[in-house]
Unconditional design. Structure first.
Length: 276
């Protein structure tokens, strides 16, 4: 059937491609609320010395204020002044059966080696950095530790981190990646970010210490394992477009809460190590 010279089948395919591209290009791990939660939890556990140094670097602003800075600069002059080279530093795509060590590495870098680089610069090369570099690297670390803990930012390369896996979220078609960027946190609880922090930040000192052991790669491996559970759930569906709703939220809310909480404690550990 032709409508005003346009093939309807081709139009439908084109529209679907646009929708998928929109999911991909607008996909930010956790969304602003999740990144605020991670940064706010971390801020509660900074040492006095780290707080003073960070406060000076950020001119009195909170790390919460800048928790989504790395996403927001994609629409600013910063992006064309070199930071577009970090666009792949938000994630690392690991196909089924592979690990970070065996996965196909992105030549532009990823969230794991990006964090390794930034942390090394802030600890071993701090005196040689300009003030603006110190500020920017701090903002990036705050954001990327959050990204490191978002399951679909450790999703498969074969479906672009869940962007190629179509699901129905409460009867509205979207991508699996989009579900984990913001839809889960908004559906799990109708809380403000400060209410999330109040409810999640209740672990004792022993837990916080134990959860902060290991490397960025170790923490990322946990996220990969979580992503595998999500893929298994979706792939167990017999529907062409799996329907995700209340049961999915119920089943995966504990993972959501644990990842946000752990990210906050680990970010505090990283910043306390840098600014000791």
């Amino acid at each position: 059937m032709i409508l005003k010279g346009i093939n309807m089948k081709r139009l439908a395919i084109t529209l679907m491609s646009i929708i998928m591209l929109m999911d991909f290009t607008s996909a930010y791990a956790w969304g602003p609320k999740g990144h605020d939660v991670v940064a706010a939890i971390a801020e509660q556990h900074l040492t006095p010395k780290a707080k003073r140094k960070i406060n000076k670097l950020l001119d009195g602003r909170s790390i919460v204020y800048y928790s989504s800075w790395m996403d927001n600069i994609q629409n600013s002059p910063y992006w064309e002044n070199g930071y577009n080279k970090t666009k792949t530093w938000h994630y690392a795509n690991v196909d089924k059966g592979l690990t970070y060590q065996t996965m196909q590495k992105n030549e532009s870098g990823d969230v794991v080696n990006g964090l390794d680089f930034l942390t090394k610069q802030m600890t071993e090369n701090y005196d040689n950095l300009t003030d603006s570099m110190r500020v920017d690297y701090l903002k990036m670390i705050v954001h990327m530790v959050g990204d490191l803990h978002c399951p679909m930012h450790a999703g498969r390369l074969s479906d672009r981190g869940g962007n190629g896996t179509r699901v129905s979220w409460f009867r509205s078609e979207t991508s699996l990646h989009s579900v984990w960027d913001s839809k889960m946190i908004d559906s799990a609880r109708k809380w403000s970010y400060s209410e999330w922090v109040e409810q999640l930040d209740r672990a004792d000192r022993k837990y916080r210490k134990e959860i902060s052991e290991g490397s960025y790669e170790d923490w990322f491996t946990e996220t990969v394992e979580g992503a595998a559970q999500i893929y298994n759930y979706v792939e167990s569906s017999t529907e062409r477009v799996p329907e995700l709703s209340y049961q999915f939220v119920y089943d995966f809310s504990p993972m959501l809460e644990e990842q946000l909480m752990n990210a906050g404690y680990r970010l505090a550990y990283v910043l306390n190590t840098i600014f000791k």
